[in-house]
Design a protein around this ligand. Structure first.
Ligand SMILES: C[S@@+](CC[C@H](N)C(=O)[O-])C[C@H]1O[C@@H](n2cnc3c(N)ncnc32)[C@H](O)[C@@H]1O
Length: 397
């Protein structure tokens, strides 16, 4: 159900707003759990047997699954409702944000002081500015100036509705799960400089500071208004993180500066060309022995055709144009191409800390059971588990 945010910029929704937001979260829960189950049954009971009869074999790819499923009523119901529910997410928060624009703007002006660097003439890449990414009105930058924190408020409240409680009250489940995993799995690794790429409002950046209190933590993004909102949000939550407007494909940091470079849910919104540049930059700014870590959607190369297609749905229907091309890559190969040694690659599946508890993360480390091809891996539905991959940079010779 829709989460009530806990920080001081949290909105003051009317009972009507709350009912609307809870309804949309509930609708998404129904679609992503119940209707997703119907979709799977339609595939197993109708679509797969028909495909086998016609082709004398099983579908080999997600694209074949998509083509075969497209005419099935279960797919049409699922997709039509999911597209509309996505638009309703934003519709359910926009009136609240508009009503509270001045109050939140004033708090953000004050609380973000000294914590954020933005640039008035910054060039936002067209991959962000030219489309309304996942139907978010005005995309990440909105239509106002860099001083306008409205997109931050829309994103914060929208994600609270969208995530149905699965990302926790501060929307930081990914950061909490990932940072616990890394700190417990590699207790001797104690990063002192941490960078989060494409951090949006910093909700998954803050857990790194909470996990490694001695570290200097910086979040970057191309959308200045989001960063200003995120800087205020961090300050009001009492977490000391800095934010800078910057393109991840051209990092304004010296070589070897960071111990850990992290991103979450970021790469799938970049073209393959940009991912190549970003990985090159990460390799450059990491110190020898440092860690690059990405939380992302699991790759098609490690999933069955149905599971792969299920995640690629967003590429076809949710204004996520780069999603499938990214998911078609082998993550280890992306790392290798950027100069990371093949034997320094790491990947894992970590249980969501909010859904399963901290002990489950520790148990996952002990069990080393990281099977990717599961319905819970990367799917925002009950029982979600997060996929992580990355690489250690070779130590100095
Ligand atoms: C899906 S959001 C990331 C969400 C967030 N990291 C999380 O954990 O939920 C993608 C973010 O990447 C930013 N972005 C897109 N292209 C970028 C680039 N080239 N450099 C830096 N940030 C970028 C967008 O503005 C957006 O805030």
């Amino acid at each position: 159900m829709a989460v009530q945010l806990q920080h001081a910029m949290k909105p003051a929704p009317t009972p009507e707003d709350q009912a609307r937001q809870r309804f949309v979260s509930g609708l998404r829960m129904f679609i992503l759990n119940d209707l997703a189950g119907d979709l799977r049954r339609a595939y197993d009971d109708r679509v797969l047997p028909d495909f086998r009869q016609t082709h004398g074999r099983d579908p080999q790819t997600g694209a074949e699954v998509h083509k075969a499923l497209r005419q099935d009523p279960a797919f049409k119901t699922y997709s039509a409702l999911r597209v509309n529910a996505q638009k309703m997410v934003w519709d359910s928060v926009t009136p609240v944000v508009e009503r509270e624009r001045e109050r939140v703007g004033a708090i953000a002006d004050d609380a973000s002081q000294g914590r954020v660097k933005t640039e008035a003439d910054f060039t936002v890449p067209r991959s962000v500015s030219a489309i309304d990414v996942h139907f978010m009105p005005g995309s990440y930058t909105g239509k106002g100036t860099v001083e306008d924190v409205t997109p931050g408020a829309v994103y914060d409240q929208g994600l609270a509705v969208f995530s149905m409680g699965l990302m926790g009250q501060n929307l930081d489940d990914i950061g909490l799960s990932m940072s616990r995993y890394i700190s417990r799995k590699f207790p001797d690794f104690r990063p002192l400089r941490i960078l989060d790429l494409g951090c949006t409002i910093g909700h998954n950046t803050l857990p790194w500071k909470q996990t490694y209190p001695n570290a200097e933590v910086i979040g970057i993004d191309v959308a200045g208004g989001l960063l200003k909102y995120g800087a205020a949000r961090a300050s009001l939550q009492g977490v000391d993180v800095q934010f800078q407007q910057m393109n991840a494909d051209q990092l304004a940091f010296p070589d070897g500066h960071f111990d850990l470079v992290f991103s979450s849910m970021f790469l799938h919104e970049l073209s393959l060309k940009t991912i190549g540049k970003v990985f090159g930059e990460i390799h450059r700014v990491l110190r020898p022995g440092g860690l690059m870590l990405h939380m992302e959607l699991p790759p098609n190369t490690q999933m069955g055709p149905f599971e792969g297609f299920y995640l690629d749905w967003d590429c076809y229907y949710n204004v996520e144009p780069f999603y499938k091309a990214f998911r078609d890559q082998e993550p280890a190969e992306l790392c290798r191409k950027a100069g990371f040694s093949a034997d320094r690659y790491l990947q894992f599946v970590v249980p969501s800390i909010g859904s399963y508890g901290a002990q489950a993360v520790d148990d996952a480390i002990a069990a080393e059971s990281h099977e990717v091809n599961r319905e819970t891996t990367g799917r925002l539905a009950n029982g979600i588990q997060w996929f992580g991959f990355g690489s250690w940079k070779d130590a100095a010779q």
